[in-house]
Ligand binder design. Structure first.
Ligand code: RB5
Length: 141
């Protein structure tokens, strides 16, 4: 199960990513927001992060205008490793090296085509499991 959430700045991009998840037949839970009305991104970052920490969802997708505020908030939660990505190289590397459990995107930064490729890369790349990367991830925690 994938957790997805956004603020108003990420709402339109979230709809595009949900289209992709539906097309791929991937199960997801949408934690809001549900319109372009101005809301506070920390609320949605915490909902998605908590769903992962509770074991309800394995991975998460967070979107705000820049992806910055929502990723900063998610990374305050112990056990959450959230990577803000604007390119596929970073999306792949952060799974391989950091075992990140949330990808953050900027709805005002990346277009829908690139965003979907970033999400696809993030969801389909496993953690490398290399000792040095596992050691560094445990050092974060
Ligand atoms: C909202 O205007 C905007 O500040 C928010 O979406 C995000 O970019 C914050 O980091």
């Amino acid at each position: 199960m994938i957790a997805i959430g956004c603020d108003h700045g990420g709402y339109e991009l979230k709809l595009e990513i949900i289209k992709y998840l539906n097309k791929k037949g991937l199960e997801y839970k949408d934690f809001g927001c549900d319109s372009l009305e101005s809301v506070d991104y920390p609320i949605y970052a915490r909902k998605v992060g908590q769903a992962i920490l509770d074991g309800e969802c394995e991975k998460g997708i967070l979107i705000c205008g820049t992806g910055i505020g929502i990723s900063i908030t998610a990374n305050k939660m112990k056990g959450i490793r959230c990577a803000l990505c604007s390119d596929c190289f970073s999306a792949e590397a952060t799974r391989l090296h950091n075992d990140t459990n949330i990808v953050a995107l900027g709805g005002r930064v990346v277009g829908p085509g690139l965003a979907v490729k970033i999400v696809d890369t993030f969801l389909n790349t496993p953690f490398s499991g290399d000792e040095r990367h596992a050691r560094r991830v445990s050092m974060i925690e």
